[in-house]
Design a protein around this ligand. Structure first.
Ligand code: NDP
Length: 494
């Protein structure tokens, strides 16, 4: 939904944030952001260049020593202030989030509100961020201390699907760990990015500590990734982009939160109603634009027909509409490339023999042509694209399985491992699955789309590198330094 423009001429003119100032791009170029929900231009943004990215890094490097030496108590105070500044404008920020993203207002409110406990949790973890002290073994006269050391300057690059929660997990928390930060938000959701930076600014975070450059990933993003004075990168986005970043970054410390193909296994002893509830939550929340979306549903053959009947009925009753209208369950798809991928995955499955039992098409008569009906596809098999290409849209692709072994093999096969789930009444079966599924998170009788502030978040295999959330983010954006002190040998009787 992003169109380049030299003139701008949109409703609101936004700026980027470098060295504590709201600035335009050095070249003056801008881009427009059009709402996927209404089709209206929401605002004009600076189209940052390589030069803008380099300038932001220079400012951040200059600020490094000041961030590092800021007492932890003061960093905690500022982190909590940012949370309070977000709290003051939850409703306004949520409306903008719905208009630029397309998610229903109630989901945007949950997302913006979620930033507050998330940051406060992080602040509490910073207060208790301990590290070992140990007496020497091969050197008995030495005591070792481990100290947390900030990386220096961290580049943060984030996607559009959760424009509040994902950036807040990285941007403010990298600062809490003692780093200066340069953030490049997604070009599809820059309004929320500006609002987060407004909160940082109002909270009184000193100039240069956290900077934000809008503009294309291929230019601003790659410049940050390759910059020799950037020490660490926090990236959330597609696996292909993550691979590109890993190739360009050299030996910078990388935290990569990448794509998933989240499977939910439903065994024959599972309860149908909660299973359907969790499928729908995992497939249709946020229009299916979730790294932890329920991308594949593996249903035991003994309950398959019953489950499909309930799932289809419930899906057909969902209300799709303009995200600010009351009682809307789902809004539009955020952007055209994602819509194309959704349509391609559905038609590939149909061409290979699967059947659309609910939805499967765009909804006519809506403000834009991005509104796609919540969809259930039955009879999906492993050779279909649903099994290898992240759909990232409101589709429940249902595979029939005959055993736990078969389901686990299919779940692990595509080599993604972010979040996986199983529904069963048998604890032994659940724990066997938990051990054999190769994934950063396993959810038992919970949706694939599950998350909490304190759990280490991150993927196995193609789903990423490293862990974030709670103290894990502090660890991700720091190094451990060992300091040894010779305290003198105590006499030991021979
Ligand atoms: P992309 O990888 O396309 O973009 C993510 C960010 O990277 C954007 O800011 C983008 O800029 C920027 N970018 C694009 N190309 C480059 C490059 N070569 N170098 C540096 N930066 C670049 O992801 P999407 O925005 O489409 O997000 C969806 C993906 O994110 C899905 O695969 C989803 O699973 C994953 N995701 C993973 C999560 C996790 O926790 N593991 C959580 C949420 C999402 P621009 O917008 O200007 O193109």
């Amino acid at each position: 939904m992003v169109k380049s423009s030299k003139k701008g001429g949109s409703k609101r003119a936004f700026k980027m944030y470098i060295d504590g100032k709201w600035v335009d791009s050095e070249g003056g170029e801008t881009f427009d952001l059009t709402s996927p929900a209404s089709g209206e231009v929401l605002g004009t943004f600076p189209k940052g260049t390589r030069e803008d990215a380099r300038r932001a890094v220079e400012v951040a490097v200059e600020a490094q020593d000041d961030v590092r030496s800021m007492p932890i108590q003061e960093r905690c105070r500022l982190g909590a202030r940012v949370a309070e500044e977000v709290r003051r404008f939850v409703k306004e920020y949520a409306v903008d989030c719905s208009l630029e993203h397309g998610k229903p207002l109630k989901e945007s409110i949950v997302e913006v509100e979620d930033v507050i406990p998330n940051l406060l949790w992080q602040v509490e973890d910073l207060k208790r961020w301990d590290a070992p002290v140990q007496e020497g073994y091969s050197k008995p006269d030495v005591v070792y201390m481990s100290l947390h050391e900030p990386l220096g300057t961290v580049a943060v690059i984030t996607p559009w699907n959760f424009p509040w929660v994902l950036p807040s997990e990285f941007v403010v928390q990298a600062f809490l760990a003692g780093n200066s930060v340069v953030w490049k938000p997604a070009s599809n959701t820059p309004v929320s990015a500006v609002h987060l930076m407004e909160s940082v600014d109002r909270a009184g975070v000193p100039p240069g500590f956290i900077n934000m450059v809008t503009g294309p990933g291929g230019e601003v993003g790659t410049t940050l990734v390759e910059h020799p004075l950037v020490d660490g990168i926090g990236f959330t986005g597609e696996t292909t982009t993550g691979l590109d970043i890993a190739k360009r970054a050299g030996l910078k410390k990388l935290t990569l939160e990448l794509g998933g193909l989240g499977p939910l296994i439903i065994m024959d002893d599972a309860k149908i109603e909660p299973a359907v509830e969790d499928i729908m939550f995992g497939c249709f929340t946020n229009t299916g634009h979730c790294c932890v979306a329920n991308e594949r549903v593996f249903v035991h053959e003994k309950i398959h027909d019953r489950l499909i009947r309930v799932l289809t009925e419930r899906t057909r009753k969902m209300k799709v509409g303009f995200p600010l209208d009351a009682d809307v369950d789902m809004g539009p798809v955020n952007n055209r490339p994602t819509l194309k991928k959704i349509e391609e995955n559905v038609s590939d499955a149909v061409d290979k023999g699967a059947k659309v039992v609910a939805g499967g098409k765009r909804i006519p008569g809506m403000p834009t042509d991005l509104y796609y009906a919540p969809t259930v596809v039955d009879g999906v098999t492993p050779e279909m694209d649903f099994n290898s290409v992240e759909t990232f849209g409101p589709v429940a692709p249902v595979f029939e399985v005959s055993s736990l072994d078969e389901a686990i093999e299919m779940a692990n096969a595509p080599r993604y491992g972010l979040s996986m789930a199983i529904h069963t009444s048998n604890l032994r079966v659940a724990m066997e699955a938990a051990k054999r599924l190769k994934s950063g998170q396993i959810c038992i009788n919970e949706p694939v789309y599950s998350w909490d502030y304190m759990n280490p978040w991150g993927g196995f295999r193609n789903s990423g590198l490293g862990r974030i959330a709670g103290r894990w983010t502090l660890d991700a954006f720091s190094e451990v330094k060992t300091v040894m002190i010779n305290v003198g040998r105590s006499p030991w009787p021979s």
